[in-house]
Design a protein around this ligand. Structure first.
Ligand SMILES: Cc1cc2nc3c(=O)[nH]c(=O)nc-3n(C[C@H](O)[C@H](O)[C@H](O)COP(=O)(O)OP(=O)(O)OC[C@H]3O[C@@H](n4cnc5c(N)ncnc54)[C@H](O)[C@@H]3O)c2cc1C
Length: 470
């Protein structure tokens, strides 16, 4: 069988790393893979998915020799760069149900809510200090067109007999966010925000303490498949009967997986610490806030009083070709700066100290996919978190661990398992050209709707073609 070539991430230059990674001066805690060794399971990728999978594996089968191999330091991918918004899958229960049916959607949503409680226990027990603040997630509208974006999810959640959301008044939104840009919405109270890089570092340290061998600064070059796979870097190889591919957007380098995913850049900016100013406008807690634009705007006040302000408006990758622009964009997050000025005009003098970007792994139906790599019964993968992973990857870890251990349980039977059932994307270059046209329409539509205008018919038609409509 021919070898599977892996794409190696381009590591961000020190000054291009996320604020979060710079804040904790994230570095590798482990040595690179050197020489040859054996393992029962090798996990490729030391982000949340890989680390949760390793933790679930050793919890379920303590004698399993698990290795995690990471190209940079753990968390150097999306896990150390994200917006830190923690919310359950109930926000997407309607989309989930379209993919897996009502019963399984409800089960997965409940599992993601349990994952938030698991994060809370890790925080309060002192096992991981991730700056978790369960001050709520505010899902809001900042234009007429965005009003009621949550209605389907809220109705499906209520129909499941779950009281997860409550309506927000314009007054509460303004009081809590310090901005009147959003004026309607719902809140998930048992949700909030984290310091993403602290979470990634904490998961790595917990994995090491649980007996997982972690090799950082060890980009996998190729995997030679077979009953015993060889997972190879430039300096060493791990021989193993089972491999888990948890390399997120970089899995687009594998043609069989690229058929099911596309990679989009999301950008974030961070201001200097402004605790007094944020206190003065009433923005005091750690709520995660987002609006309902088609390229969602998401923001939080960090523990130290910085504004962390993200926008999913970045570029799309051609094939698997995403490089330094997906670490930090040349325009330094201009779209975010414009949006920050709209939502918080009173912060116009605030200094932007950091801007960065990250790749988001998207699927055609906006939901993750888990399975074995086609033609390789002992190589497993999980991808497609579509920009929502903090409370979802702990569930992914359960699914992948059950698949790897050959368990016949509810996780291995999850409706998210099975790539053949999922819609493939058009091939390149049709996909890239189409996506650019659609994303341009989405951008025009956002701008028009925020300004209170109705976009033209063509713009509406094209923007409705976006997967997940966003
Ligand atoms: C800008 C941005 C904002 C986001 N905001 C939020 C948010 O607010 N809330 C939320 O819930 N989710 C958010 N997400 C999504 C969330 O970050 C992801 O879903 C989650 O981090 C996925 O974890 P992962 O482990 O699958 O991927 P990653 O963290 O990307 O981990 C994959 C790892 O694989 C490694 N790797 C790749 N190729 C190789 C190789 N060849 N050899 C070895 N290692 C390799 C990479 O270095 C990387 O560390 C955001 C994502 C981005 C990019």
């Amino acid at each position: 069988m021919s070898a599977i070539t892996m794409r190696r991430p381009i590591q961000a230059a020190a000054e291009d790393r996320s604020f979060w990674l710079q804040d904790i001066e994230a570095t590798a805690a482990t040595k690179p893979l050197n020489g040859d060794s054996n393992a029962d399971v090798v996990v490729v990728g030391g982000g949340y998915t890989g680390l949760w999978t390793a933790l679930r594996l050793v919890a379920m089968a303590p004698d399993t020799r698990v290795c995690v191999v990471e190209a940079g330091c753990c968390g150097s991918g999306a896990s150390g760069r994200n917006g830190g918004q923690v919310h359950s899958w109930y926000a997407e229960i309607d989309t989930l149900a379209e993919v897996v049916g009502d019963t399984e959607a409800r089960r997965l949503c409940a599992a993601s809510a349990e994952a938030i409680e698991e994060l809370a226990t890790l925080q309060t027990s002192g096992a991981i200090d991730m700056d978790l603040r369960l001050d709520g997630w505010l899902w809001t509208a900042s234009s007429k067109a965005q009003e009621g974006a949550w209605a389907r999810a809220a109705a499906a959640t209520a129909a499941a007999g779950v009281r997860r959301f409550r309506n927000l008044s314009a007054e509460e939104i303004a009081r809590r966010t310090g901005s009147s840009a959003s004026y309607a919405g719902i809140a998930e109270d048992r949700a909030g925000s984290v310091h993403p890089a602290k979470l990634a570092k904490g998961l790595r340290d917990l994995a090491i303490a649980s007996g997982v061998r972690v090799f950082e600064n060890s980009p996998i070059r190729r995997i030679v498949p077979g009953a015993c796979c060889s997972v190879e870097t430039d300096r060493g190889a791990l021989r193993t009967p089972k491999v888990v591919l948890a390399a997120n957007a970089w899995l687009a380098g594998i043609p069989a997986l690229r058929r099911h995913m596309f990679v989009v850049q999301s950008q974030i900016i961070a201001t200097e610490p402004l605790p007094d100013m944020l206190d003065a406008i009433g923005w005091k807690d750690g709520a995660a806030i987002c609006d309902s634009q088609r390229q969602v705007l998401y923001y939080q006040r960090s523990q130290a009083g910085r504004v962390i302000f993200g926008h999913g408006s970045g570029r799309i990758a051609f094939r698997d070709d995403f490089g330094t622009e997906f670490n930090r964009s040349r325009d330094r997050g201009q779209a975010n700066r414009t949006e920050l000025a709209r939502v918080y005009p009173m912060l116009s003098d605030a200094r932007i100290t950091h801007d960065w970007a990250g790749p988001v792994d998207c699927t055609s139906d906006h939901m993750p996919i888990f399975d074995r790599l086609p033609g390789h019964p002992n190589i497993f993968f999980g991808l497609g978190f579509n920009g929502t992973g903090i409370a979802q990857t702990p569930v992914a870890g359960r699914i992948l661990a059950s698949l790897v251990l050959g368990r016949a349980d509810e996780w291995a039977r999850s409706g998210l398992v099975g790539v053949a059932r999922r819609r493939a994307l058009p091939p390149e270059p049709i996909r890239y050209c189409g996506a650019r046209i659609i994303r341009a329409a989405v951008r025009r539509r956002n701008a028009a709707e925020i300004a209170g205008h109705r976009p033209g018919r063509l713009t509406r038609f094209l923007s409705n073609l976006a997967p997940g409509n966003g």
